[in-house]
Design a protein around this ligand. Structure first.
Ligand code: ADP
Ligand code: MN
Ligand code: MN
Ligand code: MN
Length: 339
């Protein structure tokens, strides 16, 4: 038997954006614990905007388990929050009610800024660095600084150790801005992995004295890019059958439900979806082949392949809840007959 450090992770009750919370408990297991071996746990919901002080208990139900190589016998345990009856999902628990489909694949491109002393990492104390241009996929100290690459590399290794389908990294358009990509099959699995990857990143940055700013437009109405979480998606049908008629019907449904999509695509998105900086305006819906100014971009081979493959919804932002985003996409897809 060995003592494992179980770090239970959950989303708190803050709005419009939930925060990640976590705490550790030690339990003995013969080998690395399986999900079904992990006990239900609880926490003080009155400290997380999830309960009143006089009836403060909330329950943590493990839903996914990841090796944590930052600690000896470390385990990350993603949880859903339940009411004290252990039956009713807490109102903050979006995961409990989302649409899922194991045949639906999602690739989230998580953009974010490293922040230090209230400004993007590498920005001077006052004013701005040289304008955007050389930073995207850039190399060299003057473009990416001295610690960002170390952080993203460590993050990549920790995610791979955890079994997360981390698919890649790139320096982004603004100075101090980066992206990582997470791919998963099924909305719950893909979104769990995004939340855990966010957690790993925030915790890793502690020792560097750096924070992550997840806001979609931290530099406001300036000539600096905002942060998105482009959501690439495909269903079994879209990958194997597709076709122009189906595709056009699907896009008509996306147009019809555009407001419902925007409602769950992250707060303050009007600041980011301006029609500038590789975005479409928040009140418009369109699609385009290789078009990074469209709401939905068709990858370069999509039409050539017979309107088959995956699509990139460019509207979700960096602070969006991947559970809600993936679920909304599946709900709209479900309105379109596949015949
Ligand atoms: P770009 O920056 O050019 O928009 P990225 O390479 O950053 O593209 O991201 C592309 C994403 O598309 C990756 O996260 C990848 O996992 C995802 N992806 C690729 N194929 C599929 C697919 N069939 N279904 C869903 N997502 C996919
Ligand atoms: Mn990308
Ligand atoms: Mn990007
Ligand atoms: Mn993209």
């Amino acid at each position: 038997m060995a003592k494992y450090k179980l770090e239970y992770l959950w989303l708190d009750g803050y709005t419009p954006v939930a925060n990640l919370r976590s705490k550790t408990q030690i339990k003995e297991f013969a080998s690395f614990p399986k999900l079904e071996e992990l006990p239900v746990w609880g926490f003080d919901g009155s400290s997380t905007q999830q309960a009143e002080g006089k009836s403060s208990d909330c329950k943590l139900h493990p839903v996914a388990v990841y090796p944590d190589t930052t600690r000896k016998n470390g385990v990350l345990v993603m949880c859903e929050v339940y009411m004290p009856d252990d039956k009713t999902p807490h109102p903050s628990n979006t995961r409990a009610t989302i649409a899922d489909d194991p045949g639906a694949w999602f690739g989230f491109e998580q953009e974010y800024f490293f922040y230090q002393d209230g400004r993007p990492l590498g920005f001077p104390e006052s004013g701005y660095p040289a304008p955007q241009g050389p930073y995207y996929t850039g190399v060299g100290y003057s473009n990416v600084g001295d610690i960002a690459r170390q952080i993203v590399e460590e993050h990549l290794d920790l995610c791979l150790d955890a079994g997360i389908n981390h698919e890649g990294i790139n320096a982004e358009v603004a100075k101090g801005q980066w992206e990582f990509q997470i791919f998963g099959k099924g909305s719950k699995k893909a979104a769990d992995d995004v939340w855990v990857a966010r957690y790993i990143m925030m915790r890793l940055c502690e020792k560097y004295g750096v924070d992550i700013n997840w806001h979609c437009k931290p530099l406001g109405a300036t000539d600096w890019n905002g942060s998105g979480m482009h959501t690439n998606f495909s269903t079994e049908y879209l990958r194997t059958t597709g076709g122009e008629t189906y595709f056009k019907a699907l896009m008509a449904a996306f147009d019809k439900y555009k407001n419902e999509h925007i409602a769950v695509y992250g707060p303050d998105n009007h600041m980011r979806l301006t029609g500038l900086h590789e975005t479409q305006s928040i009140d418009k819906f369109n699609y385009g082949l290789s078009d990074r100014g469209a709401s939905v971009r068709l990858p370069v081979n999509f039409i050539k392949d017979g309107y088959k493959g995956y699509l990139e919804d460019r509207r979700p932002n960096s602070q969006g809840d991947p559970y809600a985003i993936a679920s909304r996409i599946l709900k709209t897809i479900a309105t379109v007959p596949t015949s």
